[in-house]
Design a protein around this ligand. Structure first.
Ligand code: ZN
Length: 402
């Protein structure tokens, strides 16, 4: 079952288009506003649709082609002038193997790979899907080919409910551990309990400020597998995700004290960071949760594309948290910005960070975490950081749209 849920995390990548309405109206290509053209050294595909829909991208050989599958798209004859690209030999729009999907096939004159894929849904009745292809060596093209087994678009796509409409940003708070997994333990206290208390208090403060809504991945002492934490936040429509911890480092992993903010990277900043990330997978693995990586090339490709946009936003969020905590007078780790391969940070489609409010292995940190005055100060710093990040992120995104 957890495996199914984890797969659906990848499946939903095919949506990746923010709030949407899965109306039953057919999806139409606006042929007047859609085209394929040479762009730079590559090709640009512009598709204007009357509403947002799921899509999947595939690269195939013999002949070399890009396949764009679109859910619910009616098959139409493409007019002359639709394909303005010398680098695209032929473009056709026919039915996809899966019922109800349309398939655009673009035959390439030279090997190319997908550089960019963005569905702009700001205007719900004039949605624009932009794809950019760039030239590649035959060898690179070969590594980007989609295996035939991945031909069927994922089953879960249309079953995913649209997130509820919201006016305020939704902050997902993820208190680490819980249930069979107490996390770090010291002097009769467990990390699971302490970070839950911290997160509940932080939620109170954020809601009192009235600028954001809050979603909690858990509100009581229960075990929630890491992939569920991510999919729950996604289903709720979270705009950002903050996992809250207060770990202990094993003796030999060095001294650690003070608040630390982690972002995702495959290799940790140092041995202690890598050990910390591995430690967090252990409870899930013991509970039989599949944390395996995807073997789906399309999903991986889309993940990479999505990360191009999300990673800098996660970095900015982490920086804002460090600034906010520092401004609130919270003791910081000697290197407060670190990276590690935390499973819970692997969502490609919303920014996420993991915050160690302190380390329970350190007596002073534990004392702080038990002190309501310190907690309130730290929570205030986090709230200011979230507000600062939201303002900065809005600005950055509106500039990017220009
Ligand atoms: Zn932890």
């Amino acid at each position: 079952m957890p495996q199914v849920v984890f797969r659906s995390i990848f499946a939903i990548l095919f949506l990746w288009i923010g709030p949407m309405v899965w109306a039953e109206t057919p999806v139409r290509l606006d042929l007047g506003e859609s085209y394929v053209t040479d762009r730079g050294q590559g090709i640009e595909v512009q598709l204007r649709l009357n509403r947002a829909t799921a899509y999947g991208l595939r690269l195939r050989d013999n002949p070399m082609r890009l396949i764009v599958d679109l859910a619910g798209v009616e098959v139409q004859n493409l007019p002359n002038g639709f394909d303005r690209a010398d680098r695209a030999q032929a473009v056709t729009l026919g039915p996809a193997p899966r019922a109800g999907w349309g398939r655009l096939s673009l035959h390439l004159t030279a090997p190319m790979v997908i550089e960019r894929a963005v569905m702009d849904t700001r205007h719900s009745d004039a949605v624009r899907l932009t794809l950019r292809l760039r030239p590649a060596t035959a060898q690179e093209f070969a590594t980007h080919l989609t295996p035939a087994s991945a031909d069927e678009p994922p089953q879960a796509v249309i079953a995913e409910p649209a997130p509820p409409l919201r006016t305020r940003p939704l902050i997902a708070l993820d208190p680490g551990h819980g249930g069979i997994d107490p996390g770090a333990e010291r002097d009769g206290y467990s990390e699971a309990d302490l970070v839950l208390l911290f997160a509940l208090e932080l939620r109170e403060m954020l809601l009192r400020d009235g600028l954001v809504d809050v979603f909690m991945t858990r509100e009581r002492d229960e075990f929630i597998p890491l992939p569920y934490r991510m999919s729950r936040a996604r289903m709720a429509g979270a705009d950002l995700f903050i996992s809250i911890h207060a770990d202990a480092l094993a003796a030999g992993d060095g001294m650690a004290s003070g608040a630390t903010v982690y972002t995702l990277s495959e290799t940790g900043s140092d041995a202690a960071s890598a050990a910390l990330a591995a430690q967090h997978d252990r409870a899930d693995l013991l509970a039989g949760v599949d944390l395996g990586q995807s073997d789906d090339v399309v999903a991986d490709l889309l993940m990479d594309l999505a990360r191009l946009e999300t990673d800098p936003r996660s970095d900015a969020l982490a920086d804002a948290l460090v600034t906010g905590l520092e401004g609130a007078g919270v003791e910081l780790h000697s290197r407060p910005r670190l990276e590690a391969n935390f499973t819970v940070l692997r969502a490609p489609d919303y920014p996420s960070v993991l915050l160690e409010i302190g380390f329970m292995s350190e007596g002073g940190d534990l004392e702080n975490i038990l002190d309501p005055v310190w907690r309130s100060r730290a929570q205030g710093g986090i709230a200011r950081a979230i507000e600062a990040w939201l303002a900065e992120d809005n600005l950055r995104r509106s500039l990017m749209r220009r």
